[in-house]
Design a protein around this ligand. Structure first.
Ligand code: ZN
Length: 221
């Protein structure tokens, strides 16, 4: 959502050249979050201009209604908010049954305890590190401890769930976020607002991550 929506193909080309591993798409419904962004037709258009996996973050009420339209539009990863879906088990199983990667998203104030039963069903957990709805917000510092506690929860259970972090992440706090245990970094403003352009923005963060963590950031396995 930080890209220029009138030039999405060119914007995605820039992040591909910078070495991005995934394209993260923020779907907002004006109800679960106080903003509106894109729906399946735009996802389908984006699908036509990149081979990178499309990571569709459904910031919407009752996301189960729209799983199939987004999958048919070309989504590869789909995350739904635990706060928005009362049938998380069914939703995550449906995404997997359709051959896609299911993820669970949590708002900053939502406790990790809500993940307990559903964690084995998810390939990744998306921790919001700002309150969802708008780009350009500041990272909430207490989220570092939450990343660390989630890492502990995953390791102690022997799961292989990856941790994705989303909101306010850039070169100034990337090392802290990786150090806390994040695997996949979503960056919007830090990339598209980079003074040398989006390619340089991705390349800078990828370079920093390669020095911090073996294997780089967000590489789909
Ligand atoms: Zn997002």
């Amino acid at each position: 959502m930080s890209a220029d929506f009138a030039r999405l193909a060119a914007e995605i080309g820039k992040i591909e050249r910078g070495g991005a591993d995934v394209v993260h798409l923020d779907v907002m419904d004006g109800r679960f979050v106080p903003n509106l962004t894109i729906g399946p037709p735009v996802v389908a258009s984006i699908r036509g201009c990149t081979r990178l996996p499309l990571d569709v973050h459904l910031m919407m009420a009752r996301p189960e209604r729209f799983l199939d339209p987004f999958i048919e539009a070309g989504a590869d990863w789909l995350s739904v908010h635990v706060e928005a879906d009362v049938h998380l088990d069914r939703t995550l199983n449906h995404i997997r049954a359709r051959g896609k990667r299911p993820g669970i998203a949590l708002n900053p104030a939502t406790p990790l305890a809500l993940l307990e039963e559903a964690l084995p069903l998810a390939d990744f957990v998306l921790l919001m590190t700002v309150n969802p709805g708008f780009g350009g917000q500041k990272f909430i510092p207490s989220m570092l401890k939450k990343i660390d506690r989630l890492r502990e929860m995953i390791v102690s259970n022997g799961y292989r769930t990856r941790i994705e972090v989303d909101g306010g992440i850039g070169p100034d706090n990337l090392a802290d976020v990786l150090g806390a245990g994040a695997d996949i970094i979503v960056a919007g403003s830090a990339v598209f607002g980079h003074p040398d352009g989006a390619s340089a923005g991705v390349a800078e963060m990828k370079g920093m991550a390669a020095g911090t963590q073996k294997g780089g950031v967000g590489r789909p396995s």
